[in-house]
Design a protein around this ligand. Sequence first.
Ligand code: SF4
Length: 420
Amino acid sequence: MPETGCRDTPILKQRGQHEVFCGLTGIIWLHRKMQDAFFLVVGSRTCAHLLQSAAGVMIFAEPRFGTAILEETDLAGLKDAQDELERVVTDLLARRSDIRQLFLVGSCPSEVIKLDLGRAAEKLSARHAPKVRVLNYSGSGIETTFTEGEDACLAAMVPVLPNTDQRQLMLVGALPDVVEDQALDLLAKLGIENVSVLPARTLDSGIAVGPNTVFALTQPFLGGTHAALERRGARHIPAPFPFGEEGTTAWLWAVAREFGVEQACFDAVTDAPRARARHAVAKAASTLSGKSIFFFPDSQLEIPLARFLTRECGMHAIEVSAPFIHKGIVGPDLDLLAEGPTIAEGQDVDLQLERCRASRPDLTVCGLGLANPLEAEGLATKWAIELVFSPVHFYEQAGDLAGLFSRPLRRRDMLKLEAA
Ligand code: SF4
């Protein structure tokens, strides 16, 4: 651990214009994860376009998300709009018998905000229970940024989970199935039984919560879900996030300690994958070592990733900013991040661009909207959205995670060589 970490570093709080996706984006990975769920966005044509372009591949498959577009004319009376929404849902459920969980997802247009989606979900749930459960949350760009959509979705599920007194571990956060299976395999080898995952792959998974549930987050953007689980009596296991060899080991060790796993057993299970992860990271780290990095606020993965890149890949962080900083969640990562970088929360995009240009980082992590102009100014960038869509957690993905950052730098070096 560094002598002084960043937990007590004063946070630069910015409340200006920000450039981030809205929470609807989460549907792209959540619909893959929850195999019997359907996401019905109650929104505008803009929302429909965002989803279609972000998830273009879905046109080849039976989609599990759609948009109920409400026109001004639909809203001559709000009661008509509620009735219309209920009719759309009833038609959808009649057509698609595979749907077991339906999420009504709110968006920005003022007509949508006036609708009471909570009441609609309650009524529809009562009508279609027990076969289908209907819940609602907001993915609106006014209320949510990018990964907050997943948080809002998971938080909406917590109050309706059945109650249990069983001692159990819950992993919280949507991971690609292959990565989730690796995590479950490691926990099983450590002898930790009764492990459930939120979001579960299907409604019938048997997931429940109660006062003997402890939970470990696998994503750092789940502040609302964290609070909702605590309200149900569950207890959080604080830990650095499982990015890289060190992060994964610290995360697993925090869970192992909670369940009384002996050090010798822990070492026997983790020694080999740790060595593999270190080896894989070292390959990419040769490109990253000594380079500087600047994080714009986007996915909320920024703090754990800065910890990984500085400690395991030898990078130097100039600024690490995140849309929100919840110390109860990212505190252990802040402890490990050596003092030095500016830690910023929120955004005032023009001021931040000025700071970025002045510091000329070797690599800038930002959203799509900022990447192109910065590239045009000669800065190498990494799209934050790729970090959310790619499998990056736990030991076997540690090398790929480092590779996501080293590739833009290698590409730039090659372009320079060709131009020379
Ligand atoms: Fe745009 Fe709002 Fe729809 Fe997101 S929810 S696509 S920000 S209108």
